[in-house]
Structures are given as structure tokens and as C-alpha cells.
Design a protein around this ligand. Structure first.
Ligand code: VG1
Ligand code: CO
Length: 542
């Protein structure tokens, strides 16, 4: 067995987006595609003598890609790889292992909430020694490297047996195969009052957890049904499958419809939850009530002190720009600093590292804290359970009290998928050109108070990220935001984010799309989405 060097040529388009490099699986399986990108990663971050974590969400090609990456790591002089058994690790569990073992980072194989399978999506991303996604400066360097490299190195040899915990060698490199769940479960036990949650389940509390045939199945079974004593069968779709059983593992009311039907049905459990392909997203639902991710972040911020891990209070909170301002209102009431970042978890890393924020969240079903450097689906679900165990109220009661105290930010996202890329880019460019004319104009009785293209200056390292989404803000707190997705693999996806603030006490319990009616109509007047795309309406409404 020996290291060999293969000649290769740069492949266009190996540019990481919002969260790593995502392409159709056949593209990743094409000649040299994975190898080139992995070599670009290793050349950028350095390989000799390093230790990295490796794992993925188990989707189609996960196992083959892991073997290739191990052989490339060995040939590039990596000293040690810590790999989840079966090459499986949820994204938050990988982030935890990177931090726990003080490694030099990790490679995560996932296209997250995108479907998996031979003709669906695959992805690779690199996380830094702090456990968080590589910042733009690093992903740009990886892309630049991918455009000039001429060779990659790989160890010639057989597959490593990853089927059970233990230690193996690949040439000079040590491969440590670890239980993917154990360390993560211990971390959760240290943050939450497991006794209180166990007592709640013992008292008859019923929950449905839909793992959507993706990576959280084993984690949810071990923690909810194992450690916390929830009845067997609480977790459904609990076996990770290479094609997610044909499901689209994006936990929202559209793709997790079975869970929604159950939670709004005659025999609904007390609490429902779902998570995505790689386990970093969550959706929570009460009996007969859906909790929007922006509201969930606000409720968690207002109640986090009820869990042992956050008893001392929060240092601050952060949300992505398109996420509703509900959490800002909680921060203002608690006297906490709050931050507004561009879309993507990588922008929270510095705030968490610097101790400026404890909780972070995105409208796209992502919530997390400083316990790792990724959003964390099961963590959010467990924090909700801890809050429910202490407050002993139904979810609907908690939401009603929250809105009565802080007012309600009605919120929805409308996605227009698989648009022709050039047309979508032209529409955004035209809109950007019109922004300067908007302030002072009135739409649907709402006057525009500001309109811009969001730019962010990181308060810790001063780095600037421009062009992060168009926002049109109306007097009174209503808002529309438009941006193009950076995680898709087919054409362009336009995301339209809609928000309207109602201070209460009246009007706190309206149907969401109806409450947002004026904002939806104003968005069409301003951006002419339907007119310029020729679409009758959005493909997905969440
Ligand atoms: C989407 C979401 C964003 C999220 C990203 C990764 O990005 O909008 O909030 O951070 O997915 O989530 P985009 O560019 O398509 O809007 V996932 O669970 O990959 O890890
Ligand atoms: Co995800």
C-alpha cells in the first residue's frame, strides 16, 4: 500500500454556497469531482500531522465518499481521523466532536434538507477547529484552490471497516471509529433537566418525533425513548436511509405533512417535532398549533433560563436578517444585546466564540446555542421539552402568553423554486435598481421607511459581506425581504420573506397568510415576482 498522485484538471463551479458545496449526486460521483474538492480543502487548511472529524447524514454515496476522503487524508499526511461509526454523524454531533477532541476541524458529508439518492443531492462542507462552518474567507480560498489544482493524492488500498467502534490504521494514519450518539447524548444531558422531562413522560405526556428517515433517528431514539423514557414508537421514520425513504427531509409544514396532520387531528399528542437530513434543523408543533421558527427562537430566548444549561441567563441573541424580529423584542425586554447577521450559520460563529451571543436562530427552522457551533435540531426540541416540563402548560398556552406580552410578528416564507437562473438574477438586479425610489412611497396603506441590500460588518473581525438580500421595511415594523437561495442545485430559488407586527391585545390570533395579506400584495407591487417569473404563485409556503 502506498500513496499515489493522480493528475487532474480544475473543475468549474466548485464554489461553496450558504452551507458547503452542494451538487447533484451524479456530479459528485463524476470523474475526480469529489477528489478535486477534497484536495482543495486539504490544501487550503493544511493536512500534515492534523486531526479531523469525518461523518455525514448517511445519504446515498455517503459511505463511498467517506472511504475516498479517508484514503486522501492518509496520502496527504493527516495523522488521525475521528469517524462516526458507519461514517454517520449528525451535523451538530460532528461540531461537538470537533470541539470535544480539540481537532483541526472536520469534513461533513451532507446536502442537509435537500433530498438524497442516486439522482438527488450530495454535499461536502468543512468545519473549523471551533466546530463551526468555514467562514467565507476560507470557502473562497478553497474555491480558488479548486480552480488551479493539477493533482490529488490518495492512498491505494482497501476500504476501512467502519461498522463498529475501534481503531484502525490506513498507512501512517490512525482511524478512530466512534459511536455517533454517545458524546452528543452526554452533552444534552448536561444542558437539560432530564429528570424533569423523564417525570413528564412518566406522567403520560405524549410526543411524536418525525426523524424523516434521516440522521436524527438513532439520536432521537437513544435520547427520547432511551434516556428520557418516552414510549417506544414516539420516534417515527427513525432508520436513516440512503434516499430518506423517498421523503424530503425538510422539517416544515409542507414536507412534514404527516406530522402536521397528526398534530391537528383528533388524537393529537401534546408535542410534535421533526428534523432534517443532517439533524441541524427542527420544527416544533403543539396540539393544534404550529410554531414558526422565528417565534420558536423568541420563546426559547424568553424561557432558556428554565433549563440548567442556561440558568445564568443569556449573553445575547442573534438572528439571520430574514428571521422575524420576534426575538429582538424579547432581547429588548430582557436588556440583552441582539445581532442581525446574513443567512447561514457560519455568520454566528464569531459572535458565539466571542461570548456576544448565547442563542442564535434562523427562520429556516434552525436554532442553536453556544454548546456547539452549528444549529442543532434535537437540542431545540429538548429545550422545548425542558420548558414544557417546568411550565406545565400546553404549547398553545405558552404561545398565547408570549404574544400577549411581546406582540406577534406574523411571518411566512414563499419560495419560487427552479426558476431560470438568469431571469431570477435579472429580476433581483432590477429590484436593486429601484430601491432608492421606494422610501416614502405607500403600498396597501403601508409607507416604506427604508429599502436596501443588506450588508453585514462582523463586529468581531470586521469582515464585510455584501449583497445579502433586499429588504423593504415599512413604518410600523412590517417588512419584505427577497434573496436567492445558496443551497439549491437546480436553477434558482427565490425566497420571499414576509413579516407583519401586531402589538396586541387585538389581532393576535389571525390566520397567518390572511394576516400577511397586505404585505403579500405590497411585495408583488414592489418586486413583480409573478409578473417577471410567469408563475401563478409560490411552490412552497412555510
Ligand atoms: C438555507 C436557509 C439558511 C440555512 C441554509 C443551510 O439557505 O435559508 O437559513 O442556513 O439553508 O441549512 P439558502 O441559501 O438556500 O436560503 V441546512 O439545514 O443546510 O444545513
Ligand atoms: Co441541515
Amino acid at each position: 500500500m502506498t500513496a499515489v498522485t493522480h493528475r487532474t484538471a480544475p473543475i468549474a463551479g466548485q464554489k461553496p454556497g450558504t452551507s458547503g458545496l452542494r451538487k447533484k449526486t451524479p456530479v459528485f460521483m463524476g470523474p475526480h469531482y469529489l477528489e478535486n474538492f477534497v484536495q482543495a480543502i486539504l490544501d487550503t487548511v493544511g493536512a500534515a500531522g492534523r486531526t479531523f472529524v469525518l461523518g455525514g447524514d448517511g445519504r446515498y454515496f455517503n459511505d463511498r465518499a467517506a472511504q475516498v476522503i479517508l484514503r486522501m487524508a492518509a496520502a496527504n499526511g493527516v495523522a488521525r481521523m475521528i469517524v462516526g461509526q458507519g461514517a454517520i454523524l449528525s451535523t451538530p454531533a460532528a461540531s461537538h466532536l470537533i470541539r470535544l477532541n480539540r481537532t483541526d476541524g472536520g469534513i461533513i458529508l451532507s446536502a442537509s434538507h435537500n433530498p438524497g439518492g442516486p439522482t438527488e443531492d450530495f454535499g461536502v462542507k468543512f468545519n473549523m477547529p471551533n466546530g463551526g462552518p468555514a467562514p467565507e474567507s476560507v470557502t473562497e480560498a478553497m474555491f480558488a484552490r479548486s480552480q488551479v489544482l493539477t493533482e490529488y493524492r490518495i492512498w491505494e488500498g482497501q476500504d476501512i471497516d467502519l461498522s463498529g467502534p475501534g481503531t484502525a490504521r490506513l498507512g501512517p494514519m490512525t482511524v478512530e471509529i466512534v459511536d455517533p450518539v454517545a458524546d452528543y447524548a452526554r452533552l444534552m444531558e448536561g444542558l437539560f433537566d432530564f429528570d424533569a422531562i423523564r417525570a413528564m413522560f412518566a406522567g403520560g405526556f405524549r410526543m411524536r418525533m418525525d426523524s424523516m428517515c434521516a440522521v436524527t433517528g438513532p439520536y432521537a431514539k437513544a435520547i427520547l425513548e432511551g434516556a428520557l423514557g418516552a414510549p417506544a414508537g414516539t420516534v417515527v421514520n427513525a432508520t436513516p436511509l440512503p434516499d430518506f425513504g423517498g421523503m424530503h427531509p425538510d422539517p416544515n409544514p409542507v414536507w412534514a405533512k404527516a406530522l402536521m396532520d397528526e398534530m391537528f387531528g383528533p388524537d393529537a399528542p401534546d408535542f410534535g417535532a421533526a428534523s432534517d437530513g443532517d439533524g441541524d434543523r427542527n420544527m416544533v408543533v403543539g396540539r393544534g398549533i404550529y410554531v414558526s421558527p422565528s417565534d420558536s427562537l423568541a420563546v426559547l430566548a424568553a424561557n432558556a433560563h428554565l433549563a440548567p444549561g442556561y440558568r445564568g441567563g443569556l449573553k445575547g441573541v442573534a438572528r439571520s436578517m430574514p428571521t422575524s424580529a420576534a426575538v429582538d423584542r424579547v432581547a429588548a425586554a430582557l436588556g440583552l444585546p441582539h445581532y442581525e447577521t446574513p443567512t447561514g450559520w457560519k455568520f454566528f460563529g464569531n459572535l458565539l466564540d466571542a461570548g456576544k451571543a448565547t442563542l442564535c436562530g434562523e427562520e429556516s427552522f434552525g436554532t442553536g446555542s453556544d454548546h456547539v457551533r452549528e444549529k442543532d435540531g434535537l437540542w431545540a426540541i429538548l429545550l422545548w421539552l425542558n420548558i414544557l416540563a417546568v411550565r406545565r402548560q400546553p404549547v398553545a398556552g405558552i404561545m398565547a402568553e408570549h404574544w400577549a406580552r411581546f406582540g406577534r410578528n406574523y411571518y411566512s416564507r414563499h419560495d419560487y423554486e427552479a426558476l431560470p437562473a438568469e431571469g431570477a438574477a435579472a429580476m433581483m438586479a432590477a429590484l436593486r435598481g429601484r430601491l432608492a425610489d421606494l422610501p416614502g412611497r405607500t403600498f396597501e396603506g403601508m409607507t416604506v421607511s427604508a429599502a436596501d441590500d443588506f450588508a453585514y460588518t462582523d463586529p468581531v473581525d470586521g469582515s464585510v459581506s455584501k449583497g445579502q438580500g433586499v429588504r423593504v421595511i415599512f413604518a410600523g415594523g412590517s417588512r419584505i425581504v427577497l434573496r436567492l437561495s445558496g443551497t439549491g442545485t437546480e436553477g434558482a430559488t427565490l425566497r420571499l420573506y414576509l413579516e407583519r407586527y401586531v402589538p396586541g391585545p387585538d389581532g393576535l390570533h389571525e390566520e397567518v397568510q390572511a394576516a400577511l395579506g397586505p404585505v403579500i400584495r405590497a411585495a408583488e407591487s414592489i418586486a413583480a415576482i409573478r409578473a417577471s417569473t410567469g408563475r401563478a404563485g409560490p411552490d412552497v409556503v412555510t
